[in-house]
Design a protein around this ligand. Structure first.
Ligand code: ATP
Length: 962
């Protein structure tokens, strides 16, 4: 149809063109006039319609029957055209430039070229968009083709009428006019005029017929009518013989042109019609037969049904899956919240578990405290500089467990040990101290505390107890920190308690009352003393430690606190002991004197081991007396003290043997149960009672005074029982220094040290030891356990008298006895209102006056107990030799025996006795005498200084310059 449409358009125009090309323009005047008539009538039609559309007023410039010129001028402004097209297609030209001057200037000359151009251009664009035939703006100018303008107007008219009739179907102007199918270019072709003419003619004849098949015939007819007219016009002036040639020529040209045009138009339209053709083909195919169509549609239906079914199935599956997912989601949420609840429960349980663990630990510690177990903390020294490539023997540390790699015959092995705490090599001094800090409080609360460091040489004992050689605040050891803490707490409690603190640095508290008790009021005081003591501590280089401490060192801190409201007295003492190295002799490769020292060290440590073993096995007899060390620690190991041992190990592989034996020993120590620690406190009632006892004792002693020489052998201190407590007090202002010092009981050590005195008891007393009370004390006055004068060795007495046997403190609760007796003597009490400080100050001043160059020695040597002489040391040596410790380590500072003479009777007696027995012994102070000793009685005298040297004053136990 489209092809036919194109064909029908083309015939007239082709004929016309051909004729024009042929050069045979019709010269028939009738034809011309007919054409002119026809053009005029079309122009009138167009003008009439335009006037009708815009009204005569608006179209005043356009006469009803205008000439070509009038028609052109009338429309030149474009205003009529624009207004008309807007009526046909509202909004086709959005803006029409109206000129107010238009009225005044009828020819429109006043209108600017711009206005013409704007309106005409807008009109042409709109026309083009509507798919109507158009013209060129120049056609409205002089010489322009007004026929094309007429064509355009008439096409617009036709379109308008079609719209008015309802716009049914597709409006077609002379065939397929759709811009989409033929493109708009064909309408703006320059040479489209003749073509359009024929079109418009055709359309005007019968527009509607173009839409149908039958219209094609009428179209053909009208085309052929026009065609025959043309042919006639051409042939009119030809001679009859020329006609066939002309016709043939016209026809052949026509055919040629026709074919050419068809071909070009077909090419243009082919692309756009491919799809349509295909559709047609498809349609044709589909229309092959109804049956096929039916079967195809059946098949399609089936496929469709199948697909529908599938879709339904998929929908169902989707639905079930959705439901499943929702269910799963719900379940997941449920599970999740359940999990949350479980986790919450677990977290709660975990925190509870931790709480319980914490409580357990506390309870365990309480049980340990109640049992009086010795706490054992293990510390591993880090590698020293230059040991970076060593492999540590410590496999791992976990809580209180330490596992050591042990090379064995069968390869590598492991050994684990458990302690209260294990510190790795990176543990700081502060960390270590923090775990023992509660003990400091205990001392102020009246408990006895013992902290001692054990381990092979170089394992870090001194480091823990004191610190490194270059001491900083951070590297300060336990000693300094403990004292600082002590003073701090004392200061904090100053409104409730008054505390007096004194320290002893040398080994004290043994049967030789080396009570170098120095009152201190600040950490600085203590540090000064410790520095002095440290200087005097025997040190030397061993293969294992180039600054090895060749002796045990002990710092004892005595604290007496008075509750300011109740008057209750609390006495606590704390031993801070840095033991000498525990290594085997061959390890340290020492020789000569050093070898002896090492042997002594080992002996005292093995004695310590024996004591520990006995305590661990709860043996009735504990061999405290086997060494000075165990005597020193007797209170702490056997009494109701709180004891802590720092066991040290070195990480070097070649020390593994020592490490294992050290740890084994420490584990044994940890099993020792000392019994619950007890507070040493006296209420004021007890104090009164004690005073009464003391005065009774004194009265009793006075009665027995007549035979005091005889009594002396039994009780060197019976004299003191004759003294009123008030007289005995070192803080009695009425007493001079000499007097005060003369009363040795005044300077007895506080409760912490009394335990070091071994008590010879009679069997009756031993049997009653557990229920020993004041009444019994009084009732048994004569057979009272002799209170041994300082310097007197009970062992010697025992040997001398043979009247009893030595029992260790753990066997006899002699602490009660001695405490009561000694406390009754007011050694620490300051009831008379004098603080010990007053005394000490005075004492220190006096003593420094007497021996200015040896003031420290005097302090350290406890001039207050000026009863010991060098002979005492011999005694001690002998005594300890008996108990398997040749006491090279436990020599005492002779200076302490050369200090103040106080003229006390007992001492004089002792001196005289000693002198009588051993006149060759030199005594710096002739007034001083040695305590009765076994040597005196058995005549076995050991030289005081086996190496022939006078011992140097020192603050260390068994100290000796090497
Ligand atoms: N925890 C530690 N951190 C750093 N250095 C340490 C530590 N422990 C010990 N040392 C260092 O190791 C060396 C030996 O330590 P220390 O003198 O304390 O051992 P010791 O066990 O007291 O030896 P001895 O028994 O021979 O006196 C010292 O140089 C010391 O500074």
């Amino acid at each position: 149809m489209a092809g036919e449409g194109r064909l029908s358009f083309s015939v007239a125009s082709v004929v016309e063109d051909v004729l024009q090309q042929h050069g045979n323009r019709p010269r028939d005047l009738d034809l011309e006039s007919r054409k002119a008539e026809e053009a005029a009538s079309r122009r009138y039609e167009a003008a009439g319609w335009l006037r009708k559309m815009v009204g005569v007023v608006a179209a005043r410039d356009l006469p009803a029957e205008p000439s070509e010129e009038e028609f052109r001028l009338g429309l030149r402004s474009g205003i009529i055209l624009c207004n008309v097209i807007n009526k046909v297609q509202p909004g086709a030209v959005p803006k029409v430039v109206e000129s107010p001057d238009t009225v005044l200037v009828p020819d429109g000359a006043a209108l600017s070229a711009y206005q013409y151009f704007e309106n005409v251009r807008n009109f042409l664009v709109a026309v083009q968009e509507m798919g109507l035939p158009t013209f060129e703006a120049s056609d409205l100018e002089q010489g322009g083709k007004s026929a094309r303008v007429v064509n355009c107007v008439l096409a617009l008219k036709s379109y308008g009428e079609w719209k008015q009739t309802g716009g049914n179907g597709v409006w077609k102007f002379g065939g397929t006019i759709k811009s989409t199918s033929l493109g708009t270019k064909s309408f703006i072709r320059k040479n489209s005029e003749p073509f359009m003419n024929s079109l418009s003619r055709t359309s005007s004849i019968n527009e509607k017929s173009l839409n149908s098949h039958s219209d094609l015939d009428s179209n053909k007819m009208s085309s052929s009518g026009s065609f025959s007219m043309l042919v006639r016009a051409v042939l009119l002036d030809k001679k009859p013989e020329e006609i066939p040639t002309v016709v043939e020529s016209v026809l052949s040209k026509l055919v040629e042109e026709f074919e050419h045009r068809i071909a070009s138009q077909y090419e243009q339209g082919e692309d756009k019609n491919v799809k349509g053709s295909k559709r047609e083909e498809c349609f044709q195919k589909n229309n092959i037969s109804d049956e096929e169509l039916k079967s195809q549609s059946l098949k399609q239906k089936m496929i469709f049904d199948q697909q529908h079914e599938d879709i339904q199935e998929l929908k169902h599956t989707l639905h079930t899956t959705k439901a499943g997912i929702q269910f799963m989601q719900m379940k997941f949420h449920e599970e999740f919240s359940n999990l949350g609840i479980h986790i919450h429960g677990l977290a709660h349980a975990a925190s509870g578990y931790h709480r319980v663990l914490e409580e357990n630990r506390k309870l365990y510690n309480q049980v340990q405290d109640l049992k009086g177990s010795i706490r054992v903390y293990c510390r591993v020294r880090p590698f020293l500089s230059g040991q970076s490539n060593y492999l540590s023997t410590v496999d791992h540390i976990e809580e209180g467990n330490i596992t050591i790699n042990t090379p064995s015959k069968h390869g590598k092995g492991w050994k684990s040990f458990s302690f209260n705490k294990v510190y790795g090599p990176s543990a700081t001094q502060a960390e270590v101290f923090s775990d023992m800090q509660p003990l400091i409080r205990s001392v102020l609360d009246g408990y006895n505390v013992c902290i001692f460091a054990y381990g092979q040489t170089g394992s870090g004992k001194t480091y823990t107890m004191t610190g490194p050689r270059e001491l900083t605040e951070k590297s300060q050891g336990v000693n300094y920190r403990a004292l600082s803490d002590l003073f701090l707490i004392a200061e904090q409690r100053k409104d409730i308690f008054r505390y007096d603190v004194a320290v002893q640095i040398s080994q004290t508290g043994l049967n030789v009352p080396d009570a170098s008790l120095i009152p201190v009021s600040s950490t600085a005081d203590v540090i000064n003393l410790m520095n002095l003591g440290q200087k005097n501590r025997a040190v030397g280089a061993t293969a294992l430690n180039d600054r090895s401490s060749r002796s045990h060192s002990c710092l004892t801190v005595h604290v007496q606190g008075k509750d300011l409201t109740s008057g209750t007295m609390y006495r606590g003492c704390m031993h801070l002991v840095d033991l000498a190295g525990s290594e085997r002799v061959n390890k340290s490769e020492v020789t000569g004197d050093r070898l002896k020292e090492a042997q002594h060290i080992n002996r005292s440590l093995s004695a310590l081991g024996d004591v520990i073993a006995s305590l661990a096995q709860k043996n009735p007899h504990v061999p405290y007396r086997n060494s000075k060390l165990t005597q020193l620690l007797q209170d702490s190991l056997g009494g109701q003290a709180k004891t802590l041992m720092f066991v040290h190990i070195s990480p070097e592989p070649d020390a593994v043997g020592e490490t294992i034996s050290t740890l084994k020993f420490a584990e044994r120590v940890a099993t020792v149960e000392l019994g619950a620690a007890r507070v040493n406190k006296d209420s004021s009632d007890v104090k009164e009672l004690k005073e009464q006892i003391a005065s009774l004792k004194a009265a009793l002693a006075r009665k027995e005074g007549e035979s005091e020489h005889n009594q002396y052998s039994m009780s060197g201190s019976s004299e003191r029982y004759r003294t009123k407590p008030s007289e005995l007090s070192p803080f009695n202002s009425n007493q001079g220094v000499g007097e005060m010092l003369g009363d040795q009981n005044s300077y007895r050590q506080p409760v912490g040290d009394v335990g070091n005195i071994e008590v010879q008891t009679n069997s009756a007393l031993r049997q009653k030891k557990q229920s020993f009370d004041l009444d019994e004390l009084l009732a048994n006055s004569p057979p009272w356990p002799p209170v041994i004068s300082p310097g007197q060795h009970y062992g010697d007495d025992e040997k001398e008298t043979g009247s009893g046997e030595w029992v260790d403190k753990v066997m006899v609760n002699k602490q009660d006895v001695v405490n009561r007796v000694e406390n009754s003597l007011g050694c620490w009490e300051t009831d008379n209102g004098h603080s010990p400080d007053v005394f000490y100050q005075k004492y220190l001043q006096d003593s420094s006056k007497i021996y200015p160059e040896q003031s420290y020695n005097m302090l350290m040597g406890n001039n207050r107990f000026n009863v010991a002489t060098s002979d005492d040391l011999d005694d001690l040596d002998a005594a300890t030799s008996d108990s398997s410790e040749p006491d090279l380590l436990w020599q005492f500072n002779q200076s302490k025996f050369t200090s103040i003479s106080n003229g006390i009777e007992t001492k004089t007696r002792k001196q005289s006795l000693k002198s009588a027995k051993n006149p060759g012994i030199r005594s710096p102070n002739p007034k001083l005498g040695a305590s009765p000793s076994r040597k005196l009685t058995n005549g076995v005298g050991a030289p005081l200084h086996r190496n022939g040297r006078q011992p140097k004053p020192t603050g260390a136990i068994g100290k000796r310059k090497t």
